[in-house]
Each structure stands twice: as structure tokens, then as C-alpha cells.
Ligand binder design. Sequence first.
Ligand SMILES: NC(=O)c1ccc[n+]([C@@H]2O[C@H](COP(=O)([O-])OP(=O)(O)OC[C@H]3O[C@@H](n4cnc5c(N)ncnc54)[C@H](OP(=O)(O)O)[C@@H]3O)[C@@H](O)[C@H]2O)c1
Length: 262
Amino acid sequence: MNLDLGGKTALVTGASLGIGRAIAQELAQEGVNVVVNARDGERLAAVAGAIAKMTGARIVAAAGNMGVADDIARVVDSGRREFGRIDILINNAGSSPAGRIHDVSDETWFKSLTLKPMGYVRCARAVIPDMRRQRWGRIINVIGRSGHQPRPWYLVGGAANASLLNFTKALADELAPDNILVNGINPGPVQTPRWDDHIAQGAKTTEAAADAVLAQMIATVPLGRVGTPEEISGMVAFLCSERASFITGALINIDGGGTRCI
Ligand SMILES: NC(=O)c1ccc[n+]([C@@H]2O[C@H](COP(=O)([O-])OP(=O)(O)OC[C@H]3O[C@@H](n4cnc5c(N)ncnc54)[C@H](OP(=O)(O)O)[C@@H]3O)[C@@H](O)[C@H]2O)c1
């Protein structure tokens, strides 16, 4: 399938590992020039170099913390300087610790929510003017199934993701007249460094063995396994393309069938 994305430019946040890295690589393989972002500049530069070498696309590394407004402005500006505009925003940088109501301090709540959802909101706000001017844009929010599958030991992440489901749908309505399509992806368990942390934290908060927590999580997935980042990135590239030009406000579960609602 020709996705016809050649020459577009994208900003992918949280792109040095896991799902973000796979998305950056997938878009680059489709001929998209990509601004990759993460906090650790050294690791990010190495990933940018590897993707550029592998795909021949122009990849710009813009280090910064997406939980900090000034960093977001700087990262978006560096993309604009390099490529003239941002056509595609992939909001992906986010991580909330596991924990029950009495485990999570105010500070942890605020820090997590300042990154996700607020980082997603701020990044969207920063790129919308370019997209509006050219009457073309794609915003994909990587969210998570905990937004509509609440679990008492993942309170912060669940609340953050629930707010992003709502934000994605409302923003899709707001931007549809400008031909800016906004969609959300809800990954189920995906094998990334974060997933390994998630299992370790789950083991700590439930006082169970990590193997038992993993088995319990996999038991909720009809396909009986954890997914791969590439099983997310293919759908993201499709949603960015012209082939998905009538899809907006969709919240797509990529979860091995694990989400229990119709
Ligand atoms: N993996 C799953 O099972 C799963 C399930 C549902 C939803 N998700 C969602 O998918 C997204 C990606 O998850 P992942 O599993 O791929 O995570 P990951 O493997 O931990 O990778 C996270 C990436 O984000 C960067 N990052 C972290 N904090 C950042 C910040 N404050 N500012 C900028 N970059 C930051 C990290 O690099 P630095 O540390 O250098 O910044 C890294 O590149 C997250 O929003 C997560 O909630 C994942």
C-alpha cells in the first residue's frame, strides 16, 4: 500500500525507545523527515543517526522534557527551523508510576499529569497554527487502554489516559474543519523498557512475583501474548497517511483483543 507520505515532516515525542522509536523509524521508512525527541540527548542522537542511516530520511534530534513548557516550545521551533513546518505530531512521551490511592504523592500526580496529558495538550497547541495554515495535519495521541479500563493499582496512568480519550475526541471535532485529523491509539501490553518497569512496579504494589504479574496481565489478552512496538507503528503510519483521510476522532485499541467493551 502506498501511504504517499514522502516529504512530510513529523515530530515524535519519546522517540528514543519503545513505541516512539518504532513510530519514528516507520515514518522515516515512508519518506517522512522526522524530529525525534526524548530527554537523554546522547541516546537520542544515537537513535537519530541509526534511523537516518537505515532509511535515508532526514532525522533531527531535539532533546527536551515534554513535561516542561519551554522545552516543548524549543523542540517545536527546532523542527520548524529544520523543515519549515510540522505536518504530523505523534504525542507519545509519557509515563505514570503504578500505585494505589495511598501510594502516590501529590508531587507524583502533578509530575505525571504535567507530562501526560499536559505535554500532549501543549505540543498540539504548538503545532496547530502551521497545520491550520496549510489545511492539512495529523495528530496521533498514544494513550493506553487503562483510560477505559480502570484499575485501582494504576490510578495516575488511568486518570491521565481517560482525560486524553476525551481530549482526542474533542480536539478532532475542533480541528476537522481545517482538515487536521486527530486520533488516539490505545496500546495494550507492548514489549518496551517501560513495560518491564510496569511489571516490576505491579509486583511491588501487589506484593506478587513479577512472573505472576506478567502471567496475570497476559491472561487478559485473548491473543495470549504481549505485543511489539512495530504492531503499533504500522497503524500510526497508516493513520498519518492520505489512505486514512476520513478517519478522525477514532480511538483504536491495539491490544490483542484485551479491551472488554463494545
Ligand atoms: N508499553 C506499553 O505496554 C504501553 C501500554 C499502554 C500505553 N503505553 C504508552 O505508550 C507510550 C510509549 O511507551 P513505551 O512503552 O514505548 O515507553 P518507553 O519504552 O519507556 O520509552 C519512553 C520514551 O519516552 C522518552 N521520555 C520519557 N519521559 C519523557 C519526557 N518527560 N520527555 C520527553 N521524552 C520522554 C524516553 O526517553 P528519555 O528517558 O531519554 O526521555 C523514551 O524515549 C507512553 O505514552 C505509554 O504510556 C505503553
